[in-house]
Design a protein around this ligand. Sequence first.
Ligand SMILES: Nc1ncnc2c1ncn2[C@@H]1O[C@H](COP(=O)(O)OP(=O)(O)OP(=O)(O)O)[C@@H](O)[C@H]1O
Ligand SMILES: [Mg+2]
Length: 274
Amino acid sequence: MTALEFRDVSFRYGEDGAFAIENLNFSVEEGEFVAVLGHNGSGKSTLARLADGLLTADRGEISVFGEPITEKTLQSVRKKVGIVFQNPDNQTVASIVEDDVAFGAENIGLPREEIGARIAFALGAVGMEEYRTAMVSRLSGGQKQRIAIAGVLALRPKLMILDESTAMLDPRGRREIVDVVRRLNEREGVTVLMITHFMEEAMLASRAVVMNRGEIVMRGAPAEIFRRHEELLTYNLALPRIGEICKRLQAGGLPVSDTLDADALAEEIAKCVS
Ligand SMILES: Nc1ncnc2c1ncn2[C@@H]1O[C@H](COP(=O)(O)OP(=O)(O)OP(=O)(O)O)[C@@H](O)[C@H]1O
Ligand SMILES: [Mg+2]
């Protein structure tokens, strides 16, 4: 089944402004993990907001698990899609972890026992069980973001959208989030759309797209997209340092494969020269 489909979608914020999304065609299959890359202002967040019905398309059609988003279906669509944003501090509402995670589930009026079960499931899924009664304010950025993810998970979405949810975290926090998201995708079967500025993160997806001026300009397996690094540069995206080093080694005749992982590259070099 198709989890998310954009058909000829256009959207602009003002009547006379430029289109933030223009004639976009894009789909994500159920169970996929898709990364969205693109420089500032390319339309990534607009895409996320359209997918959740937070914004309404001016033209075209958007469907979520086969259901076109309309005023009538908005409620049902929102139940299927969860969004996690960038700033962990803007996404917490309660001072105790379990209250925070329960907030959304309480708002949709679930029975108490069900909420309890969902809190346990969501905290388990993000590896934060032992923080159930902790103060949110005492947590690290990565932990807060995991709590934000748990709050969304408690609503049992089938599609999870992360809009640069690792951007404000340190490397360790970023790794925590990426690990959690991967696990959710692999073990819980949650479909993932991950918007990120970090190519290393996009590498973990099964598929990636690059946005530029409201359009998708590159599509493919992450490794394939990184091979086209000259093209990436034209969209204001650069490979991370390790990727650049790979390219130079390849140009110099050392047959290393594309990687953004320093350890993996070191091993490859060792193999090549031994
Ligand atoms: N609330 C708004 N009102 C008017 N224009 C907006 C609004 N939000 C975004 N835009 C414009 O729409 C375009 C796409 O913005 P969007 O936020 O979707 O990009 P983005 O790829 O998420 O960027 P970033 O990487 O900075 O988060 C940009 O030109 C932006 O200036
Ligand atoms: Mg954005």
